[in-house]
Design a protein around this ligand. Structure first.
Ligand code: SF4
Length: 454
């Protein structure tokens, strides 16, 4: 599928009253699985020693009761990964666990640094040897170096924030503390919650719902939150250092619709995007539907605003994972058909509006339109709940280089012809921020505008 991927999801838990936190981390990671499907891992802290298990594969496949029972401790960090920088091999799976001057450290990271090469060369000159090709090791190395000159691990993280440039939502586990930190631009989400006597951190609040934790709030850009035996405290020295650049595409596609980001439910943003689309690109049609899963809420919003009835257009197979699809047209078609089967009874003889979240290369969209026509659609009107992708992303997603993006090569009319739609309309860049109403947040939209914060 010509779909985008988030690079990672992170989870952390601190609870001095329990030693089975790995179980909770496991459930948290299962609910963050959409953020990365290539590898996963959990590290626990037991009496200052760190034990961990990680491997390639989905959370459900990598972990079983025996492994989880062997991971006893009262704090844990967990990670799901989709690799865009560094290789996809086992060596890049996280948590990254290291032993240094002050003991053990485990780190999980979501995002991409922009000054990896620079830092890597600088550290190599002073003798650094790397075990991985991921920029998380650069983050860990920076924190470890700063720790040698700091009174505490949190001070080392605070110092590192002046050195690391880019997107990083981190959870660090030291011998006595669990520390969550977000870069001063706040590209990727990271929130905190309360679970019984302990504290939890996660990329998305859907992980809290799964484990029965209470959502407290999103971390501020540049904020560090420390959980230890004395409770919880914050360091806000780097807050406000940069203008916030929360990824707007988290609302459109990456995050789960039942997650709250910056206090706003993602589902509501998607529905709003659909309503705006209906106003910007109205059309006469018989039914409207969203492409599962991320297009569904926007399809409903389009229906509410336009008055066109919402009907399911596809049945999605829930049991297809990341199928390897050979890069030729026939196999691609089979790949799409295996995931999405048109509901002929709803489509035949109808003028349909199909709402999807984005078009990357256009190949999948063209196949979906073809499937609808084969199912008997009289007209197919495509509506996209984001503006056209014109630029790559350097902040933790795999939006590809400019020459792979169809909107960069073809005009709107040429794209319409390429996907064989009767009409095509994108959400306008002017109305993009309106999908997060009543918010004082400011957003990154660089993949649509080329306006990069770093
Ligand atoms: S470039 Fe696009 S995908 Fe990347 S962080 Fe910015 S808005 Fe998100």
């Amino acid at each position: 599928m010509d779909k985008l991927h988030e690079e990672c999801g992170v989870f952390g838990i601190f609870d001095m009253t329990r030693d089975d936190v790995a179980q909770t981390a496991y459930y948290g990671l299962v609910s963050l699985q959409h953020r990365g499907q290539e590898s996963c891992g959990i590290a626990v802290n037991k009496d200052r020693d760190i034990y961990h298990y990680k491997d390639l594969g989905l959370v459900n496949d990598v972990f079983n009761n025996k492994i989880l029972d062997s991971l006893q401790g009262n704090m844990a960090v967990g990670h799901v990964r989709y690799g865009t920088t560094g290789g996809k091999g086992r060596e890049n799976a996280q948590p990254l666990v290291l032993r240094y001057l002050k003991g053990n450290l485990a780190i999980v990271h979501n995002g991409n640094l922009r000054n990896t090469d620079e830092l890597k060369t600088e550290y190599e000159r002073t003798g650094a040897i790397y075990q991985t090709t991921s920029d998380t090791e650069i983050v860990a190395y920076t924190i470890a170096r700063q720790r040698a000159q700091s009174k505490s691990i949190e001070e080392a993280i605070e110092r590192s924030m002046s050195i690391l440039k880019g997107a990083y939502s981190l959870i660090v586990m030291s011998p006595q503390k669990l520390i969550a930190a977000k870069d001063p631009w706040g590209f990727r989400p990271l929130c905190m919650g309360k679970l019984n006597d302990g504290y939890v951190f996660a990329s998305e609040s859907c992980a809290f719902d799964a484990i029965g934790a209470e959502y407290i709030r999103e971390l501020e850009p540049g904020e560090i939150v420390i959980a230890d035996k004395n409770g919880i405290r914050e360091i806000k020295a780097a807050c406000g250092r940069e203008k916030e650049k929360l990824c707007i595409f988290e609302y459109i596609y990456f995050s789960r619709p039942d997650s709250k980001i910056g206090g706003q439910l993602v589902y509501e943003s998607r529905k709003l995007a659909g309503r705006i689309l209906a106003k910007e690109h109205p059309v006469e049609a018989d039914i409207v539907f969203g492409v599962p899963d991320s297009g569904v809420a926007s399809g409903m919003g389009y229906s509410v605003e336009s008055g066109i009835p919402y009907e399911d257009g596809f049945v999605k197979s829930r049991y297809i994972g990341r199928t390897f699809i050979k890069p030729n047209q026939i196999d691609r078609e089979i790949g799409v058909r295996m995931k999405l089967n048109p509901l002929k009874t709803n489509i035949e003889g109808k003028r349909v509006v199909m709402v999807d979240d984005s078009i990357v290369r256009g190949t999948t969209c063209a196949i979906i339109v073809k499937l609808l026509r084969k199912a008997g659609a009289k007209e197919v009107h495509v509506r996209i709940s984001s503006p056209p992708f014109l630029w790559p992303c350097y902040f933790g997603t795999d939006i590809p280089s400019r020459d792979a993006l169809i909107a960069n090569k073809l005009s709107l009319e040429e794209i319409r012809k390429f996907i064989d739609a009767d009409s095509l309309g994108y959400l306008s860049i002017e109305n993009l921020n309106a999908i997060v109403p009543n918010s004082d947040r400011t957003f990154c939209n660089a993949c649509f505008t080329g306006d990069y914060a770093i």
